[in-house]
Design a protein around this ligand. Structure first.
Ligand SMILES: [Zn+2]
Length: 186
């Protein structure tokens, strides 16, 4: 796309799977306008909505896509990756002992010193104060209670959780394809 002239303002495209659901909610699946246009020209996506803004080159002019959908359905992974981000997302970014959203860390429910392993089922989101308070103790010894038992989440579960974290920027044309919990309550 050499020679395309436009302002540098970002116009990301929301990327939907072939079933018109976002590839991911959190982080929201977005492509730069350059990637979106490339995919259009490669015939990989349909354009569902457009920005008013246009790109021009000597040979063509087109509106920037604001929503595209893949022509070929991409099956989501069966099991989400065991990452720090996904553990936080499973736990809604809240300490599972006191509910705080600040100063979050990870706690081994059964401490490593007691043979606890680093797995979905034994790692939970905890704020620093709770983590410090619990220390190397078992739940029964610390008197702390888990708000939810740590489990291996499904991809669907994480997507559901991600839907309650709308990104800072939402283009108007994306609303039809995003179902934030806040909107459902309105
Ligand atoms: Zn806490």
């Amino acid at each position: 796309m050499n020679g395309v002239a436009m302002s540098t303002e970002a116009c990301p495209a929301l990327v939907l799977n072939a079933d018109y659901r976002p590839l991911s909610y959190f982080p929201l699946s977005l492509w730069s306008w350059q990637d979106a246009i490339k995919a259009v020209f490669l015939g990989r996506v349909n354009i569902l909505s457009e920005y008013d803004r246009m790109v021009h080159s000597p040979s063509f002019a087109m509106r920037l896509p604001s929503v595209v959908s893949l022509k070929t359905y991409v099956a989501p992974a069966k099991h989400p990756a065991f990452t720090r981000f996904n553990v936080f997302l499973r736990d809604h970014f809240h300490c599972q002992y006191c509910g705080s959203a600040d100063d979050l860390t990870f706690d081994h429910v059964v401490p490593r010193s007691r043979g606890g392993r680093t797995t979905w089922q034994n790692v939970t989101t905890a704020c620093s104060p709770c983590n410090l308070y619990k220390g190397g103790r078992l739940l029964s010894e610390s008197g702390l209670h888990l708000r939810q038992r740590p489990v291996m989440p499904t991809v669907t579960m994480l997507q559901q959780n991600g839907r309650s974290f709308p990104p800072n920027y939402l283009h108007q044309s994306w609303n039809d394809f995003l179902y934030w919990d806040t909107e459902l309550e309105a």
